[in-house]
Design a protein around this ligand. Structure first.
Ligand SMILES: *Cc1c(COP(=O)(O)O)cnc(C)c1O
Length: 444
């Protein structure tokens, strides 16, 4: 594998080891021994960035080998079962779901009437939130848009996750992105000015992925309630960090279902919940809203087919892993994982701010996401990113303002000093060489 810049992330020696694994050129006529395949898979990993060594700005979420073992063992126990069928074949999955519902609804201060859907990730949670709001809108709002012929819209701050536009593209719904206000938080007034009788949802993030700041959820909730509008809070990143960061004393603004006017909330279990990939929660203030999400179809020879959300066959492994890791960690465990991620974040922010010419974006410390810019015209921040890439780090890049941006994991904590030393050296080298970089948009 090569990255967008065409360079191998790691040493040539490790890349060559994978090149020694024979390529398959067609469908194999005979089988291959597992020992050989296992060796192949382990060798392939040499092509990748060292996520355990904290080299990635996102993608992987890891706390300890002990926790990973729980996640993997739970997944393995349920890798064959299927989440399809609403518990008919596998009542054990319904049992696990009940427990997950209880944990998630409590964590997000949901009222007693609330309900949730277990989805495959943030993208599905966003898609399903929009789809459910659309179905609810069509069923409840009289007016010209009723009947579904005219284009509907969602009003969102420009910082909303790109996945929202995927939902819009699939469902032919306009996603209207609005410039943000002070501190790069959603501009409530500007958003409300764009609301019309085709608006199915106000969208917000807690926090947003580009900047790690919370939109003013209390204000948006009040505005949504006053206008009878659906408000979605995207806490895919922060859902399993923010409640614990707040408990640890960080200044986390109100953002969950305790806020009046919040209709739905998404939180990824496969990020800082430390579940296996394929796990997110979509919470509804009122479980009745799930009826607008449920899909049912009878017009085929097989009888009624029904699913609570998008997916058909559905990995039970990610459900079992989610159930296991949440129970394994509990509040006490998540306080530890969150402390590690937030400690690393604060050390990184303080360390970057101490490097001449570099400055972290403000406000920060609301989440384990941060970005930094160059304030020195002789230091091109993208050139710094390229230098870091040459040292085996995969830097996230931000377009507005041009910055290096990344999420912070517990795996980053032990490598903070090494990272900061590399950043300082990179900034110095760039200032000396006058090297300029070109923003690479493909760095998500
Ligand atoms: C990760 C993320 C998403 C998308 O989730 P996937 O699990 O990658 O599909 C949406 N919103 C936010 C804020 C995220 O951090």
């Amino acid at each position: 594998m090569t990255d967008a810049n065409g360079s191998r992330p790691q040493t040539a020696a490790r890349g060559n080891a994978a090149d020694d694994i024979a390529r398959v050129t067609g469908f194999p006529a005979t089988g291959t021994a597992w020992s050989e395949l296992e060796h192949g898979l382990k060798t392939f990993k040499g092509l990748d960035y060292d996520w355990r060594g904290g080299r990635l700005p996102s993608y992987t979420y890891f706390y300890s080998d002990e926790l990973l073992r729980v996640q993997m063992d739970a997944y393995r126990l349920y890798s064959v079962e299927n989440g399809l069928g609403e518990g008919r074949a596998f009542p054990s999955l319904t049992r696990m779901l009940d427990d997950i519902n209880a944990m998630v609804l409590d964590l997000f201060h949901a009222p007693a009437c609330a309900g949730m859907t277990f989805t495959s990730g943030g993208t599905e949670s966003l898609f399903e939130a929009v789809r459910t709001a659309r179905n609810y809108f069509r069923a409840n709002k009289p007016g010209p848009a009723n009947g579904g012929r005219e284009r509907l819209n969602v009003i969102a701050p420009v910082t909303a996750h790109a996945g929202l536009n995927k939902a819009g593209e699939i469902m032919d719904i306009d996603i209207i992105r609005v410039p943000v206000g002070p501190e790069r938080r959603a501009d409530v007034k500007a958003m409300l000015e764009l609301v019309n009788d085709h608006t199915i949802m106000l969208f917000s993030s807690a926090p947003c992925y580009p900047y790690g700041v919370f939109d003013p959820i209390t204000d948006l909730g009040a505005a949504a309630a006053a206008r009878n509008l659906w408000l979605h809070v995207d806490a895919c990143w922060g859902g399993f960090i923010s409640p614990f960061a707040k408990e640890l004393g960080y200044a986390i603004p109100p953002w969950d279902l305790a806020v009046k006017g919040v209709t739905s909330l998404s939180a990824d279990i496969h990020k800082f919940g430390y579940g296996a990939k394929g796990a997110s929660a979509l919470v509804f203030r009122d479980s009745e809203l799930k009826t607008f999400e449920r899909f049912e179809f009878s017009g085929w020879p097989r009888g009624t087919y029904a699913t609570p959300s998008f997916m058909g066959s559905k990995p039970a492994g990610s459900l079992a892993a989610a159930w296991a890791v949440m129970r394994y960690l509990g509040r006490e465990g998540y306080l530890e994982t969150t402390k590690a991620a937030m400690d690393a974040t604060c050390q990184l922010i303080d360390g970057i701010n101490a490097i001449p010419g570099l400055r972290c974006l403000e406000p920060n410390r609301e989440a384990n996401l941060y970005g930094y810019v160059s304030q020195d015209p002789d230091i091109d921040i993208i050139a710094v990113a390229n230098e870091l890439q040459g040292k085996g780090w995969l830097p996230g890049q931000l377009r507005e303002p041009l910055a290096i941006q990344q999420g912070v994991n517990p795996v980053h904590l032990p490598v903070v000093p090494q990272y900061l030393a590399d950043v300082a050296a990179a900034a110095k080298a760039v200032r000396k060489s006058g090297e300029r970089g070109v923003f690479n948009p493909r760095t998500y």
